[in-house]
Design a protein around this ligand. Sequence first.
Ligand code: NAD
Length: 498
Amino acid sequence: MYELGHFINGKRVAGTSGRTSNIYNPATGEVQATVALASDAELAAAVESAKAAQPAWAATNPQRRGRVFMKFVDLLNQNMDELAVLISREHGKTVEDSKGDIIRGLEVCEFVIGIPHLAKGEFTEGAGPGIDMYSFRQPVGIGAGITPFNFPGMIPMWMFAPAIACGNAFILKPSERDPSLPIRLAELMMEAGLPAGVLNVVNGDKSAVDAILTHPDISAVSFVGSTPIARYVYGTAASNGKRAQCFGGAKNHMIIMPDADLDQACNALMGAGYGSAGERCMAISVAVPVGEETANRLIAKLSPMVESLRIGPYTDDKADMGPLVTKEAETRVRGLIEKGLEQGANLVVDGRDFKLQGYEDGFFVGGCLFDNVTRDMDIYKTEIFGPVLSVVRAKTYEEALDLPMSHEYGNGVAIYTRDGDAARDFASRINIGMVGVNVPIPVPLSYHSFGGWKASSFGDLNQYGTDSIKFWTQTKTVTSRWPSGIKGGAEFSMPTMK
Ligand code: NAD
């Protein structure tokens, strides 16, 4: 058993609220740790330390700020094995998958090493007689990030890397299910040269989130998690005068055209549907084969692949996927599978009875494959967030296109085809934020940006890329006139460049 507190003003501190939450080993079902849940006073202490540290950090030249991330990236690489295990033992995913979680965050840290260039301003000489105009970006002050359990490395780094590189101080409220890595990341940021107080990690639940959303000294809030909470955080942050970007759930479709390379499509579906036990916001959870023949061939090829998934604890380095994160998540996923059966879907691979010797109390669900799923079923409408793939058969390309177009969510989507015309038409017409063409999980690289559409996102700037520099800074524009001696009388009408 171990106990986790918070990371405030450059060091680990124990929680003082008296409230804690259990952290499970998902493979065995045992409680392995507790995490402190912050009170309003603890959140306020973190904000005080951020407030004290931020002005000097903002005044540090941007090259030096970038160098902290250079060193941090080195430390992440040096400690990769240890860091990946910190994720896996609380989340349950394989160690290789956890390394991917860290590396996708590390890449955002690499991106922000270029902060001197990224945050540069604009200058117009001679905008009028003797008039120069320039705009520059200043940090918003104190930013906060609220993150989900499924990527405890990548998503905190999506947020704190650009926020801190821009000269802000930051309060991170990670998921209470797997908070060990975020605290370790804060320690490594200190080792990389970040001054105390610039990055604080406050663990907690709804109460800590509400304290963030109502704290007058926090100017901007970034959230990633489920859609109902994203909607709540967006509304509450905005009504408290804060800038907010909030990313929610997903239901990602993959369209498989009759001319697709079926081996490639099936391999992609396996990784994107069952990797990380389906607990990814960019997981493919709906496969849409176009035409009966494509559908029959797909089911015939995919079923044995799903049946032979290797499922195990993170200590099994040959496992394809691990357990779900909590008993609650397992119960929810099993409930949705039952709903699918009740509503008439055909469960062609049934993973409900999966058991692993020695891990009977773990939160495992075997890979499931549903065929003949229709739009009205709960398993189609709801984000399952488990190892369950639904096949919805479409007669035509237009019918296939209409499925993700009409769905509530708009995070990611993919098309598998050898036809460039179809792929181009699809990418142009689809109303979804991230599109893969023969790529199953189209998570953009760090110098582009990440964000869904529709109920997958609230707010208007994406995570990382140049959008994040805009989100974590505010623009100031100066209009100046030199020499000061230019003569002219008082002007009462709106000044224009006639
Ligand atoms: P969650 O919404 O339960 O929790 C996210 C965060 O919100 C956590 O820090 C949690 O402590 C906090 N929270 C939970 N309930 C709250 C409440 N009532 N009030 C205020 N705060 C609350 O999400 P999760 O289960 O940790 O993560 C899975 C979800 O996140 C899925 O829906 C997944 O699609 C989504 N997700 C989205 C993206 C994306 O970029 N769009 C990325 C990863 C995960």
